[in-house]
Design a protein around this ligand. Structure first.
Ligand code: PSU
Ligand code: MN
Length: 307
């Protein structure tokens, strides 16, 4: 029997430890979006703003990363900045032992952050967009480990849907097969990150945090393990025009194919190219949607703590 002791790898920041001790609601935040999803210095500015938004809505933010052989639940200012300046490895489920064992700096993906949040007892996690089934997955087999993590790890993931660099229809089919509910707040449709409507409906719509919390708590009280996707669309004023973003996505996908980019390099490559091609327009949308997600996630964490 292996000796299982995850607590030896967990280090809580003082504010997160205090919130835990007081039983206050916590919201986990991922670090891949900081290290690989946005350029400096907007990445560190956004990370700080998102933490402030979570606090302003009554929850304690816990940005999660791997530093010095420890899973860090909550980061100090200088640690956030260190991650934002680059060089951290992208850490999904597969990579976690290697990065912890080596002591290298690691930025956790949705899957990696879900694992760490669950170990830390955090029920709500806010990200930008989840990974999914990539277009062409029928030959590449490129399906994000985020989806398997949602199938097994009991954390609610608040996001602005999934980027249409992915095959959103197949992503939703995969989630259905694995019993992962997709709930939507504020509209019937599953969101498509840069745009509000992916063209696909979410499974359930719950606009109020208390309704979302009741659904999620019911799933977990039943003993049904696994996550819940909470999709909320980018605010209308910050949405990108559908035709423009589709063009940038097509071009970025074609370039990635021509360069032979595969595996874990695909997701950081595509958003970075889309940002460059759109002249920063998509970055503004990215920042707006994650700020909005932070508010929705904090409200959900407060409601879940009372459910
Ligand atoms: N979607 C984005 N930006 C990102 C990511 C997803 O719009 O930075 C990151 C998230 O951390 C997500 C990861 O969990 O990419 C998925 O990577 P992969 O497809 O390699 O599993
Ligand atoms: Mn992949």
């Amino acid at each position: 029997m292996p000796d299982i002791d995850p607590s030896r790898f967990l280090t809580f920041s003082p504010p997160v430890a205090a919130a835990r001790a007081a039983g206050r609601p916590l919201v986990a935040l991922e670090s891949t979006i900081i290290a690989h999803g946005m350029p400096w210095p907007q990445n560190v500015q956004t990370a700080r703003e998102v933490e402030a938004i979570v606090r302003a809505h009554g929850a304690e933010p816990a940005t999660i990363a791997i530093l010095g052989g420890q899973i860090r639940i909550g980061l100090a200012e200088d640690e956030l900045e260190q991650l934002a300046r680059g060089g951290a490895l992208k850490v999904s489920r597969r990579d976690l032992p290697a990065v912890l064992a080596s002591g290298a700096a690691g930025a956790t993906t949705v899957a990696g952050t879900m694992i760490c949040a669950a170990l830390a007892g955090i029920e709500v996690f806010v990200t930008g967009g989840i990974g999914g089934v990539h277009r062409g997955a029928e030959t590449s087999f490129d399906i994000s480990a985020d989806l398997q993590e949602l199938a097994r790890t009991s954390v609610a993931v608040v996001c602005a849907g999934a980027k249409s660099i992915l095959d959103i229809g197949l992503t939703l089919e995969y989630l259905e097969t694995h019993g992962v509910p997709v709930i939507s707040a504020g509209q019937d449709a599953f969101a498509a990150f840069y745009t509000r409507d992916s063209g696909y409906k979410a499974d359930f719509r719950y606009d109020e945090p208390a309704e979302q919390a009741r659904f999620i708590r019911t799933k977990w009280r039943l003993g049904l393990q696994g996550g819940v996707v909470v999709s909320t669309p980018v605010p209308a004023a910050d949405e990108m025009p559908r035709a423009a973003i589709d063009g940038f996505i097509q071009q970025a996908l074609a370039e990635a194919a021509a360069k032979g980019i595969t595996g874990k390099a695909v997701t950081p490559y595509l958003p970075a190219r889309i940002q460059a091609l759109s002249g920063g327009r998509s970055l503004a949308t990215n920042i707006a949607l994650i700020r909005h997600n932070a508010e929705v996630g904090a409200r959900l964490a407060v409601a879940l703590a009372a459910t």
